[in-house]
Each structure stands twice: as C-alpha cells, then as structure tokens.
Ligand binder design. Structure first.
Ligand code: PSU
Ligand code: MN
Length: 302
C-alpha cells in the first residue's frame, strides 16, 4: 500500500508520461489571506491545465497525504484552519488522522514519492535573519538536499537572510539556476543584488540538467530562480519601509519558530494595503507558468 492517495487525474498523467506540476498548500492556507487564497488555488491549477499540464496540489487530509485534490479538497485547504505541515509533521498527522497544509519541504517530499519532478511555489523557505543565534533555517533547504525535484520559485522572501540561504544551498549541493538571469531575485523584487553562478535560457536545457543529475546519481533538487518581471515588482522603497515595520512588529509580538513566516506575510499584506499580495500573486502565477513549461520539456526528454 502506498502511504498517500493519488488522484485519478494525476495518476493517469504520470502513467502516460504526461507533464505534471506539484503545487503546495501552505501558500494557500497560511501564505495568502481569505478569500483570495481559494481563487489563487483554483487559478494556479487552471494556468497549468491551459498548458496541457496536470496540476497536483498536495495536502494532508484527515491523516492521508493527497497528491492532487478535488474541488472539495481545494476548498478545504483554503477555508479550514489547517496545521502547517513540514516533512517531520506528516507521520504525526497520519497517526492523529488530522489535516495539514504542506510546506515546500513536505510538498517536495510527497511529490517526489509519487514520481513528480517539477514543483511551483511562490518563495522558497530559507535561513532566517538572526539564524546564527536562533538556528532558524527552513527544512525546505535540507529537504531539497535529498529530494530530486525541480522547484520554481521567485527566490526567497526578503524577510529572510538571502545571502546565507544561498550559502546553505551551496553546502547542501543543491543547484541554483537563474531563469534567464544570473542575479538571484528577492521575491517581491526582481533583484536582490546577489549573483548566482548559473543561468539557463530554455526549459529544454533545464530538463537536460535534470536528466544529467539522474544519470550522475545525484539525488538533490534543483532551485529555479524566476524573477518577477520588473514592471510587476513592488516599489523597492515602499518594500523597504514596510519590511522594517514588520520586523519590529514580529519582535514585539514575540513570534518565533514556524509562526514567523505566516506572521510576517500577514502583517506585510496589511501594512502595504494589499500591494504585497498583488505582487505575491503575480510572482506565483509567473512561477506556475514556467513550471508548466519545464514539466512539458521534462516529459519529452524522460
Ligand atoms: N514563502 C511565501 N509564502 C509562503 C511560504 C513561503 O511567500 O507561504 C511557506 C512555504 O510553504 C515554505 C514555508 O515552505 O513558508 C517555509 O516556512 P518555514 O520558514 O517555517 O520553514
Ligand atoms: Mn523555521
């Protein structure tokens, strides 16, 4: 027996070697406010379907990891108060028959178990500012070190320590590839000022890199850093202003651990009067589209 349930649609696509893209549920449950979150979950899936790609939104429902959700499942991740589930939480939720929204780490792990090789998200988790004393580093990084999946993201949120995150990805031997750029993006912003070693310009090249990794016996994921188009990015000065206030608020509220990311994101949406949310949705759409193209290229080389 498989430790997860896979939807008919996703199983059929995988069996036929058709392109499939995994989507996470924490971004829906904890990263975006209601009611925009449900609309976003539905829209991400339809962007893929329009490309002839099968979406596999992943979540844990009543203890069972689900690879591909039906309409009711999508509604549940948007409207129920679900636990935020990283890899280590999956077995506990299984034992308690409880539901959870999967982070990048948990989604990558489950997608990979199901044979899915491409995954779209908004921002990857990373090393938090001050991690030299708190040790707060997302399990997204360590999971990608042992999970062969290509994650398309807009870099990591600028609330994190971007430079330290890139260092950790290097230590973990996770390739970071800029999509048509050698500058790492900063989530809401097109640029972070940090250079990366590699960029690729076509999705066929990305699929070739995935194939070469397999042939070499590498078991890591690949991070595809896909900057939000310049004309869609958040105003940098306003971005800096809002982030400063958000850090002070998080400090004052005493949030720590896995509550930090949702707190900051929620606060930033409020303080920016929804502008950060618009940008967040735009960059996520942009990532889903590119992931669909990569999955299509992958289905041809594989
Ligand atoms: N970045 C976002 N929105 C999110 C997240 C990241 O813009 O909702 C979520 C992802 O699910 C990611 C998780 O895997 O936050 C990382 O949380 P932590 O730092 O607690 O590992
Ligand atoms: Mn953390």
């Amino acid at each position: 027996m498989k430790p997860f349930q896979i939807s008919k649609e996703v199983a059929a696509a995988l069996d036929a070697g058709k392109p499939v893209v995994a989507l996470e549920s924490t971004i829906i449950s904890h990263g975006l406010p209601r009611p925009q979150n449900l609309a976003a979950a539905i829209e991400f899936e339809s962007i893929l379907r329009e490309q002839g790609v099968t979406p596999a939104t992943i979540a844990i429902l009543d203890g069972i990891p689900q690879i591909g959700l039906d309409e009711r499942g999508v509604d549940r991740i948007a409207n129920e108060d679900l636990a935020k589930a990283s890899v280590r939480d999956i077995p506990i939720l299984a034992a308690r028959k409880e539901s959870g929204a999967t982070t990048v780490a948990a989604t990558a792990h489950l997608a990979s178990l199901a044979g899915i090789r491409v995954f779209a998200t908004g921002g990857l988790g990373g090393v938090h500012r001050g991690a030299n004393t708190t040790f707060d580093e997302s399990a997204d990084l360590s999971t990608l070190a042992v999970t062969p999946i290509t994650v398309v993201c807009a870099g990591v949120k600028s609330v994190l320590d971007i430079s330290a995150t890139l260092e950790r990805l290097e230590s973990l031997s996770v390739p970071v590839i800029g999509w048509q750029t050698k500058e790492f993006p900063a989530f809401w912003l097109n640029r972070s000022g940090l250079q990366i070693d590699w960029s690729l310009n076509t999705t066929d090249q990305i699929a070739q890199a995935m194939k070469a990794q397999d042939e070499l016996g590498h078991n890591q994921g690949i991070v595809i850093a896909n900057p939000i188009p310049l004309e869609l990015q958040w105003d940098p000065a306003e971005h800096d202003r809002v982030l400063q206030i958000a850090f002070k608020a998080a400090d004052a509220a005493g949030v720590h651990g896995k509550a930090v990311t949702p707190f900051l994101l929620g606060f930033i949406v409020e303080e920016s009067k929804g502008r950060s949310l618009e940008v967040n949705l735009d960059l996520a759409r942009n990532n889903v589209k590119l992931a669909g193209q990569i999955a299509t290229s992958w289905s041809k080389v594989n």
